[in-house]
Design a protein around this ligand. Structure first.
Ligand SMILES: NC(=O)c1ccc[n+]([C@@H]2O[C@H](COP(=O)([O-])OP(=O)(O)OC[C@H]3O[C@@H](n4cnc5c(N)ncnc54)[C@H](OP(=O)(O)O)[C@@H]3O)[C@@H](O)[C@H]2O)c1
Length: 307
């Protein structure tokens, strides 16, 4: 039997908000969990405000309720070690423990495709969350999306202002199949009623083809009717910054956090958000599933019109 009543964690996040909308539109009885003080923007959904997602508080959310499914879109907003472990690993463990006790049948986790090649603190925390879902005894679905549109939109404004598009190396070091918030939300919610999406890890991208940072820049210039202009940043500059911040990080927590941000930046500058073929040790665009209809071109066009 497909889920009717769903509790959603991380409902105030970028993808969480779209998932909340999709659940309500699809007729699910939807409960959105948000932090105390967070904005209530979920027409048609019930809202639970939480000060903390410790195990007791989370258990309390399920008491006397009959949720069929839980969806977790929570994620550390910083990605640094302590916060990532608390939010991605521990909070998700608390959610699963409460769901088990309450007899919830299906648990869906929004993860990330980058965990297939873990090098960062938050990726280790996400893998711990994935293990909790897989070993929960509930029906589980783990969704590993490629890059979101928002992650590829940071330079739209500077390009519109006439500045060059910044590229690491030659701008062809990585590729991804970007997916819109709406398409990803539709994919996540479809897992509730589609047995083919049960008990599996699902990498997912938007409509292809895979696109490099250079091609993203060219797209922005084309939409603005300008000649493409690029500034190239050597990856080794990031390596030097990371080494310096790691040294300072031995003395200061602030510098240690900056070193982790720089490592995160370097990871995305050098690793593709596509399925990793372990045997051949290459990213495989063809093996990266596609879903949805929203294109990065249309998103950029809308963004440039609005700015
Ligand atoms: N960006 C990308 O391109 C990309 C690609 C693939 C996968 N992903 C993954 O997709 C996931 C969701 O991304 P997103 O952009 O939707 O994330 P987001 O906008 O940062 O949302 C994170 C959610 O987690 C909640 N949260 C964070 N810390 C919390 C805490 N201490 N207590 C309670 N709630 C907390 C936030 O609540 P508040 O609103 O109250 O802070 C928010 O609802 C992440 O795991 C990310 O790694 C991202």
């Amino acid at each position: 039997m497909s889920a009717k009543s769903v509790i959603l964690f991380g409902a105030s996040g970028t993808i969480g908000q779209s998932v909340a909308r999709e659940l309500v539109e699809r007729g699910y009885e939807t409960t959105c969990v948000i932090r105390a003080g967070g904005r209530d923007v979920f027409p048609g959904a019930r809202v639970e405000r939480m000060r903390d997602l410790d195990s007791n508080s989370v258990r309390g959310l399920f008491l006397g309720k009959n949720y069929d499914a839980v969806i977790s879109c929570i994620a550390s907003r910083t990605g640094v070690h302590e916060d990532a472990w608390k939010v991605d690993a521990i909070f998700n463990q608390n959610i699963i423990a409460a769901a088990q006790t309450a007899g919830v049948r299906h648990a869906v986790l929004l993860s990330a495709i980058c965990v297939q090649k873990p090098k960062l603190a938050f990726q280790t925390a996400k893998l711990a969350a994935e293990a909790t879902f897989r070993e929960s005894g509930l029906t589980w679905t783990i969704i590993r999306p490629t890059a979101f549109f928002k992650s590829l939109s940071g330079q739209a404004q500077r390009v519109k202002r006439g500045k060059p598009f910044l590229l690491f190396g030659d701008g062809e070091l990585t590729r991804c199949k970007p997916i819109s918030d709406g398409d990803l939300a539709r994919f996540i919610v479809s897992a509730l009623s589609d047995p083919a999406k049960h008990n599996c890890v699902l990498p997912i991208g938007g409509p292809g083809p895979a696109i490099s940072p250079k091609a993203q820049g060219e797209l922005l210039f084309e939409l603005l009717g300008k000649e493409p202009r690029f500034r190239h940043v050597p990856v080794k500059w990031m390596d030097r910054a990371i080494a310096a911040l790691d040294l300072l990080g031995k003395l200061s927590k602030h510098a240690a956090a900056k070193a982790e941000y720089a490592r995160i930046g370097r990871y995305y500058a050098t690793e593709s958000m596509l399925v990793w073929d372990k045997e051949r040790e290459v990213y495989d665009a063809d093996a990266t599933p596609e879903f949805g209809e929203d294109t990065l071109r249309d998103h950029y066009a809308k963004l440039l019109r609005a700015q």
